[in-house]
Write a new protein. Structure first.
Ligand code: B1M
Length: 218
């Protein structure tokens, strides 16, 4: 495929997510892959950049929750095509990680991408879902997760992450488990303040940070 076709397809995918074309996205995504675009290119250049536009529209009150929800579903439809490719990693897991969106927060697209990319990088990932209580994160750590990954997009849910770190300490588990934070409500500075071990700016950065914490070569 000529590069220009690849760029056009990426633009179509991006436009499809922005206008919420749930039905058309799987085929467009498949066409892009068949045409030689890498799954990571489709995800970053098509899907994630589209959600950034959707976020801008929401902020400017050009989009409201229903439109955002339809775009989110369109992105999920595309991800069903990408998921098997992004998750086909090594056979021997490099480590065990539990990932969830914190209590009070239902945003899961970014967290699911992080889970997918970690799986693809060779980790065994338990996806705890959304609205995950501090106790559930602690249970995952007690059950043998070496890393607890928390995602938060709402500033109101940020205190939950500090609560989890505190509970892990209180229950004597903090020495055995690393904590990684991410999501639009989190910053590196905030991660340090609540006592997390690392901050992941995006899915690839999360993989880098988890590898670093577990001593896996980059
Ligand atoms: Co919501 N929402 N939303 N929303 N929404 C935001 C987050 C918001 C910033 C929009 C805005 O006002 N500009 C705003 C939060 C404001 C704030 O707190 N400061 C907001 C709001 C206010 C709300 C509601 C309260 C709206 C309402 O009801 N009035 C409500 C809350 C519901 C709840 O959770 N209790 C709500 C609802 C929704 C929808 C349901 C409509 C939908 C979510 C659908 C879903 O997730 N299934 C939605 C969406 C889609 C968004 C925006 C537009 C896009 C989020 C997204 O999916 N981005 C968002 C605006 C924005 O972020 N600009 C917004 C794409 C995704 C790939 O990126 O999630 O950032 P992201 O993940 C990235 C990185 O952050 C990182 O890697 C990912 C891949 O690169 N990352 C990690 C994420 N988790 C990580 C974990 C890691 C490491 C990296 O380690 C463990």
């Amino acid at each position: 495929m000529a590069d220009i076709d690849g760029l056009e397809l990426l633009e179509e995918i991006k436009a499809g997510v922005i206008r919420g074309d749930i039905g058309g996205l799987p085929e467009l995504t498949q066409n892009a892959l068949d045409g030689g675009l890498a799954p990571e290119t489709v995800m970053n250049g098509g899907l994630i950049s589209a959600m950034a536009v959707v976020g801008d529209k929401f902020e400017k009150k050009e989009y409201f929750v229903p439109e955002v929800l339809v775009s989110a579903r369109a992105m999920e439809a595309a991800l069903t095509v990408l998921r098997p490719l992004l998750e086909s990693g090594n056979v021997q897991p490099l480590g065990r990680i539990a990932v969830g969106t914190v209590k009070g927060d239902l945003h899961d697209i970014g967290k699911n991408i992080v889970a997918m990319v970690l799986t693809g990088a060779g980790f065994e990932v338990e996806n705890l879902g959304t609205d995950v209580s501090p106790d559930s994160f602690v249970e995952a750590a007690a059950g043998g997760a070496q890393v607890i990954g928390m995602s938060s997009l709402l500033t109101t849910t940020r205190p939950v992450m500090g609560e989890v770190v505190r509970l892990l300490e209180e229950r004597g588990l903090r020495g055995n488990v690393k904590v990684v934070l991410g999501g639009a409500a989190v910053t590196e500075k905030f991660s340090e303040e609540v006592g997390a071990d690392a901050y992941g700016a995006d899915a690839n950065d999360a993989v880098r940070k988890v590898k670093g914490l577990l001593g896996v070569p980059l």
